[in-house]
Unconditional design. Sequence first.
Length: 161
Amino acid sequence: MYSTKTAITMSLRDLLNKVDDYTIYSYYLGSFKPGKLINSPLRPDDQIPSFAIFPGKTGGLLFKDHGTGESGNALKFVKLYRGIQTREELERELLKIVRHTNPNQTINTATRSRLVSSGVTDIGIVRQPFNAVDKQYWKQFHISIDTLKRFNVFSIKYFSL
């Protein structure tokens, strides 16, 4: 049976708690040294090193592409590098990075057979605010959004097993 207490929610915040900025950048760039200029990964035709990743004043790693003037944090880099437009796409991309960098969290075939026999399954969910369809569905049972929130019922965007 599914329980919200044992489910693994994978919101953007949850994903960011599992990876740091260096891991995100190195997923795409390989090993790099912060502060050193490299050819821009955002411009494949870049022949002169004009891209740098450096520590920010408030923590984390920021990037600057001196050829275009683009700059920002690791999430902006991912959006630009992969051409991501929506939050959902960004969450999926970060989930790939988390799974790549933390392979112990993925279920391989040996683990899967053990989990199936023991009845344990990891369920990942991404929550979303209640939309009009959700509200109409619960309204037919005379259940308000306040009641749903009180009992930790939420709408999900997608799930994974």
